[in-house]
Ligand binder design. Structure first.
Ligand code: BES
Ligand code: ZN
Ligand code: ZN
Length: 477
């Protein structure tokens, strides 16, 4: 997080204020504005602009109007976007610190600040002149009365987690090898409170994780298999919920090499599923959710070097099933399959996997939706979709009809890793389904995890997709 966020009992006389207000109610005006200020304010606000700045002798007072829609989820999203929009307004006036005061009777401080904080995110690590590149706004204070303390704590947990997930996706492969990813997980675990166990190559060989090992064969860097665990004393679930994240730190396509433009050039983001899961573990442990959650992250890069696996190879997976590899670029499903099989030993009550799995998911839904599929019960799906609308990471369900599975039949092995030319995101899902025996949902975040240009408070490059969704789902679980 590059913006400091605090709660203050009261604000100082010289603090620049952002007053969240309702257009129809002006009972708050006398508290902050002189009679001449009010005249100016009335005049200026007539043009309908959503933010108005009144300069005073010792401070600026910015009035930010919020609007209510019949759909509360839209109200909340518009509020996040309003928080993000205010950033350019503040930057225009070169304002570095603001105190937020909520004077409208809508409980939207959290959403507004969420939009501001996420929109103000920057990844400046690799710039020489970080100061020169940095946004002007560096601190947001919230007046104590304008937010409940539990809401503030939760907001902090979500923001830290989402920004961490973005950082991880934004890190290039030149820094973020699979081993480095493990180190990052351990450091986030220490800060947030979850446990981490890292399995190295020798142990991965012992466990016969043939999918992860096959993808790693072209690499000079070893693979890792990471197990994260949050198990507080008081848990509302008897059997754990297991999260699985695709941790391909770079996807060249392997021997089935990807073209560079608009394809391989974005593939440092191929561990965004892992980032979503790591962020979720961070948020739930920060917030001390009373749930037992385990997260599994298989990780490696996918390259054509060394003894790289090639199309036509047959590999034996962790589950014992054999797979004919017909495209080395369909590597995500191979490493996920090993993790999904490993998940069986927990007898989990629910497994949720996150992956930038297919170009077809990206092409079909773009950045606006996450497609998901799986055999978990109706109530779980409904709750999940509700969380999707609530945090505005909207979901669309796709079918796993058995006919789609026909495309994965191989002449010489139990399965092949490549479907036909249609419904690629579903055949990928069908492949994963083969390795599950528990209630399960698969989320293909290829479209929403990484943006080439900023979209509202979702800043360009890594978006942290999945973290806010999962946190909301688990909080209401
Ligand atoms: N990592 C890619 C999927 C991807 C594409 C993510 C674009 C984000 C943006 C994945 O490993 C892949 O290459 N999938 C192939 C599978 C195909 C060879 C069956 C695809 O979708 O093209
Ligand atoms: Zn690939
Ligand atoms: Zn990939």
């Amino acid at each position: 997080m590059n913006t400091q966020l605090t709660v203050v009992k009261s604000f100082g006389k010289t603090d620049d204020l952002v007053i969240l207000a309702d257009r129809k109610n002006n009972s708050w005006q006398d508290k902050y504005l002189s009679s001449s200020d009010i005249k100016v304010f009335k005049n200026v606000s007539r043009n309908g602009s959503s933010s108005v700045l009144i300069p005073q002798e010792k401070r600026n007072v910015i009035i930010q109007f919020l609007a209510k829609h019949s759909d509360h989820n839209i109200t909340r999203e518009e509020t996040r976007l309003a928080g993000n929009d205010l950033l350019s307004f503040l930057s225009h006036y070169r304002i570095e610190e603001v105190t937020i005061v909520n004077e409208c009777n809508l409980d939207l401080t959290s959403e507004f600040v969420e939009g501001m904080m996420l929109g103000n995110y920057q990844f400046l690590k690799y710039f020489k002149d970080k100061k020169g590149k940095s946004n002007t706004l560096s601190q947001i204070k919230i007046e104590r009365k304008s937010i409940a303390m539990n809401q503030f704590d939760e907001l902090n947990a979500i923001l830290f987690a989402t920004c961490k997930a973005r950082d991880l996706v934004n890190e290039p492969q030149s820094y973020l090898s699979a081993s480095q990813l493990s180190k990052e997980i351990q450091s986030i675990g220490k800060k947030s409170g979850f446990k981490v166990k890292v399995y190295k190559k020798a142990e991965i060989i012992k466990m016969k994780m043939g999918g992860l090992l096959a993808v790693n064969m072209g690499s000079i860097s070893p693979p890792t298999f990471n197990v994260l665990e949050w198990k507080p004393k008081k848990c509302n679930n008897k059997k754990p919920i297991v999260l699985v994240g695709k941790g391909i730190v770079y996807d060249t396509g392997g021997v089935s090499l990807k073209p560079t433009a608009n394809s391989m050039d974005m593939m440092k983001s191929d561990m965004a599923g892992a980032a979503a899961v790591i962020g979720t573990m961070s948020a739930i442990s920060h917030a001390k959710l009373p749930l037992h959650v385990v997260a599994l992250i298989p990780s490696t890069d996918n390259r054509p070097g060394n003894d790289a696996y090639v199309p036509g190879d047959v590999i034996t997976m962790h589950s014992g099933s054999t797979v004919e590899v017909l495209n080395t670029d369909a590597e995500g499903r191979l490493i996920l399959a090993d993790a999904l099989h490993y998940a069986k030993k927990y007898k989990p009550e629910l497994v949720l996997d996150f992956a930038t799995l297919t170009g077809s998911a990206m092409k079909a839904f773009g950045p606006e939706a996450i497609c998901y599929m799986g055999n978990a019960g109706k109530t779980t799906k409904q709750k999940m979709e509700k969380s999707g609308f609530s945090v505005y990471e909207r979901l669309i369900e796709l079918p796993l009809w058995k006919e789609y599975g026909e495309q994965l039949k191989s002449n010489i092995a139990d399965l092949k890793n490549l479907g036909g030319s249609s419904a690629g995101m579903i055949t990928a899902g069908k492949f994963l389904e083969h390795f599950t025996d528990y209630p399960w949902l698969h989320f293909d975040i290829a479209g929403s995890a990484y943006l080439q240009k900023t979209d509202g408070y979702r800043t360009k490059e890594g978006t942290g997709a999945g973290v806010r969704l999962m946190f909301d789902f688990l909080k209401n679980y």
